[in-house]
Design a protein around this ligand. Structure first.
Ligand code: SME
Length: 163
């Protein structure tokens, strides 16, 4: 396919995800390189939704290490159980944080971030391989609809990890 996304500006959030997911599958389906695929997934999400920051952290040597992302420079390493990302890794569960001030231990990579979603990415054994992290500079943008679809994208990444 051509390297161009086709998403209607007037579509609802759910419609945008429904249109985006098959395009992500097409973009990544014939490429074996994990970093290339994660980079395009970040770009596709970031371009579609205009968040502050969109990226992956991957577990290496028992820490989350910054992977492909779009947005301002970010913290390079996050330890198990630390911040929203390290907590999502520890609990192996998605976390929606509507107001980062209300999340004890939140790591403020950017002072502009006010809300966040972190979705674990699993190996097909069920072990956490990393996280997908979304930061917003606006309140009331990130919600359960994002969690629902970002978990679908995380499941897609699981298939890419095993290529
Ligand atoms: N806020 C995250 C750190 C990563 S940055 O937002 C890119 C956390 O608390 O884990």
């Amino acid at each position: 396919m051509s390297e161009q996304l086709h998403i209607s500006d007037s579509a609802s959030k759910a419609e945008k995800y429904e249109a985006l997911i098959p395009q992500i599958e097409a973009l990544t389906g014939s490429e074996k390189d994990l970093i290339a695929n994660l980079a395009n997934i970040c770009a596709a999400l970031h371009q579609t939704f205009g968040w502050l920051w969109t990226g992956f952290y991957l577990i290496k040597e028992n820490e989350l290490v910054l992977g492909p992302f779009q947005g301002p420079v970010a913290c390079t390493r996050i330890r198990f159980g630390k911040g929203v990302c390290g907590t999502a890794w520890k609990d192996a569960k998605s976390i929606l944080v509507p107001d980062v001030e209300q999340f004890p231990g939140h790591i403020a990579c950017s002072s502009l971030s006010v809300a966040e979603i972190v979705i674990p990415v699993f190996e097909n054994t069920g072990k956490v391989a990393g996280v997908l992290d979304i930061d917003s500079d606006r309140f009331n943008v990130l919600d359960e609809t994002d969690v629902y679809y970002l978990e679908k994208i995380s499941a897609l990444v699981t298939t890419l990890l095993n290529n």
